[in-house]
Design a protein around this ligand. Structure first.
Ligand code: DCT
Ligand code: MG
Length: 368
């Protein structure tokens, strides 16, 4: 049914070594020395486009909208190799995953966390109280929904539907127009899954900054204001910057970075999109609601924010690689060399890869 090598089992790069075959049915193992290509345990050393043929073997569950953007629940329990490698997969494990996926608790948490503003903790609390459906939640008088959750339920149909690349582009034009009207030399960059070349996403992520250090937060507020006056803004959760260089480098895991940001729901008109809106059959409205994240780092942190917000497992592995292989701390704010005890500056993502001694990998090749 497939093969693995000793190095893969240990998570090391492989060059030439003994290949073990597992025979279907018997499960018996035979070994033959065979040259194999090099593969690294770190996703940040591999080029992975959106055409990832191993996706069916990657059992990873993200519960979206955990206090804003995604909260990844678990790391991939199966290691994912490139398509030209045969794959060792334990059949017993896959039946365990199937049981988990059909489990009532899992299904209920997945449903509840699919609402914008509902995190794993809240979903767990509702589950423990015996609630199993949206109807149960909305009929329970003792539950007080946050404003974010109220809007999450209000626009549930729209924001639980995938956003297409054409819709993301249309939103980009709207935001770009708002930004240019305020500061012509502002920097607006698409990040998240769409920057990695994905055709669909659950939201659209943008970085927004200005070459004038210290003006980025005011720019974000002005953009929000403009969108509000254009009646495009259906919901806005603004979070002011809490960035403090004296608190960096951060040695523990933090779910959210410290840049000024806003979690938005925007109204997108059909006429603004090339092609049609993503909608269910019979929906006669001329618009849909879309989730948008706008993050505003100061220009001297921009490259780190761009790399971080481009996301995926690639980026998580890059942090792990920096820590374990280079004794450096990388996050959305900065890169810190623990040996030299200094921050390493970067104007571009290429600078960061160079500091880490890694070959540059384009965003569309970061889909591990
Ligand atoms: N991110 C981050 N810190 C957070 C949340 C997100 O650095 N607190 C990064 C990681 C992924 C990226 O921002 C964008 O987040 P998502 O929109 O959740 O992921 P995505 O890859 O864009 O996926 P999708 O296509 O579903 O939107
Ligand atoms: Mg996204």
């Amino acid at each position: 049914i497939g093969w693995f090598t000793d190095s893969m089992r240990e998570g090391k790069p492989v060059a030439v070594e003994t290949k073990h075959c597992i025979q279907a049915g018997t499960g018996s193992v035979c070994s033959t020395p065979t040259p194999v290509a090099t593969v690294s345990q770190y996703a940040c050393k591999r080029r992975t486009t959106t055409q990832n043929n191993n996706k069916i073997f990657t059992v990873r569950k993200s519960f979206p909208h955990n206090s804003g953007p995604n909260c990844t629940f678990t790391r991939s329990p199966t290691r994912c190799f490139r398509s030209d490698f045969a794959i060792c997969i334990n059949l017993q494990m896959s039946s365990i995953f199937e049981k988990i996926l059909s489990n009532e608790r899992y299904q209920t948490l997945k449903l509840f966390t699919s609402v914008f503003g509902v995190g794993v903790k809240t979903a767990e609390k509702w589950y423990r109280r015996g609630l199993r459906s949206f109807r149960d939640i909305l009929a329970e008088p003792s539950i007080h929904l946050t404003r974010m959750q109220q809007f999450g339920f209000l626009h549930y149909g729209d924001i639980s539907r995938a956003v297409s690349e054409a819709e993301a582009r249309a939103l980009g034009n709207i935001i770009d127009e708002a930004v240019r009207a305020i500061t012509p030399d502002a920097v607006l960059a698409l990040t998240g899954g769409f920057r990695r070349g994905k055709e669909f996403g659950h939201d659209v992520d943008y970085l927004l900054t200005t070459p004038e250090l210290g003006k980025e937060e005011a720019l974000l507020l002005s953009v929000i204001d403009r969108l509000k006056h254009q009646s495009i803004l259906l919901y806005c959760d603004y979070q002011a910057s809490t960035l403090d260089m004296d608190q960096l480098p951060c040695r523990r895991f933090e779910a959210m970075d410290h840049f000024a940001k806003c979690f938005l729901i925007l109204r997108l008109e059909a006429g603004q999109v090339e092609g049609d809106l993503q909608r269910v059959e019979g929906d006669s409205r001329s618009w849909r609601a879309v989730r948008v994240d706008l993050v505003s780092p100061p220009i001297d942190h921009y490259a780190f924010a761009l790399l971080g917000w481009s996301g995926s497992r690639f980026e998580r592995d890059l942090r792990r690689f920096a820590r374990l292989e280079r004794k450096m701390l990388l996050d959305n704010h900065a890169l810190y060399d623990l040996t030299k005890k200094e921050f390493l500056e970067a104007k571009t993502e290429k600078d960061i890869f160079a500091h880490l001694g890694l070959e540059y990998i384009e965003p569309w090749q970061r889909n591990a």
